[in-house]
Design a protein around this ligand. Structure first.
Ligand SMILES: CC(C)(COP(=O)(O)OP(=O)(O)OC[C@H]1O[C@@H](n2cnc3c(N)ncnc32)[C@H](O)[C@@H]1OP(=O)(O)O)[C@@H](O)C(=O)NCCC(=O)NCCS
Length: 204
């Protein structure tokens, strides 16, 4: 269960439909090498990845507990969201073809808005890849999906996420409460960026 941004934008029907079309057509290869839309063949790899608390612990919108059943449902829901133009679940594969990371983009087409969550396998963390990959993904979400606003949430103690989010130019907007799939509430840090801020930062 993802939480829409605090700021409420209103897309026209045409804008919302264009975003839905872009989500449906999105090619993971345009985001980076060895990316694929998650499907049921990735469930075992995702379970292995997400079993590690160093990977899944900080993320509020993952199914709990992590089991083959819960991850199968999560992947199937993401496939349905992709067909509706409302979300994407990508895996990153390593050179051996194992699942080494994931990115989940939730889209609210009527609000021209999106959220990103993701994680990398513990052996790939702390090498600067996360910052570079996230910044690239934010640009891709604005430019390829056509959203006008991205909202991001991180656990209060997630120093790495806060650093990479602010390094990418997001504005801190205080704290907010997010609801986990088990119904419990987590206080979180919260940031937003609009497309125009991204364009100015990258002089597009
Ligand atoms: C969050 C995540 C994607 C970041 O990727 P990463 O490759 O590990 O992070 P980076 O190496 O790019 O580091 C990000 C920043 O945090 C800093 N950092 C790392 N560990 C730190 C620590 N213990 N204290 C302070 N800063 C720290 C890095 O120096 C870097 O800042 P810099 O770019 O100014 O040097 C990755 O760690 C991950 O998958 N974590 C588990 C899941 C998660 O938290 N997902 C995000 C939920 S919002």
């Amino acid at each position: 269960m993802s939480t829409p941004p605090k700021t409420v934008l209103h897309a026209t029907d045409e804008e919302a439909e264009a975003i839905r079309d872009a989500v449906r057509a999105a090619d993971p290869a345009s985001l980076g090498p060895r990316r694929a839309r998650a499907d049921l063949s990735h469930v075992a790899g995702l379970v292995a990845l997400l079993h590690d608390e160093a990977v899944s612990g900080p993320i509020y919108d993952l199914p709990r507990p992590i089991t083959p059943d819960s991850v199968t449902r999560w992947v199937a829901e993401a496939q349905a969201q992709a067909l509706a133009g409302e979300g994407l679940l990508f895996v990153t594969l390593d050179e051996a073809g194992e699942v080494a990371g994931y990115s989940k983009i939730t889209v609210w087409p009527e609000r021209a808005s999106a959220e990103l969550a993701g994680a990398m396998r513990a052996d790939a963390q702390n090498q600067g890849q996360g910052g570079a990959g996230a910044a690239h993904t934010f640009g891709w979400m604005f430019e390829t999906l056509g959203v006008e606003l991205i909202g991001l949430t991180a656990a209060i103690d997630n120093v790495r996420s806060a650093k990479l989010i602010e390094a990418a130019g997001f504005r801190p907007m205080g704290e907010r409460e997010v609801t986990k799939p088990d119904g419990t509430v987590r206080r979180s840090l919260y940031w937003e960026m609009i497309h125009e801020e991204w364009r100015q930062r990258h002089r597009l």
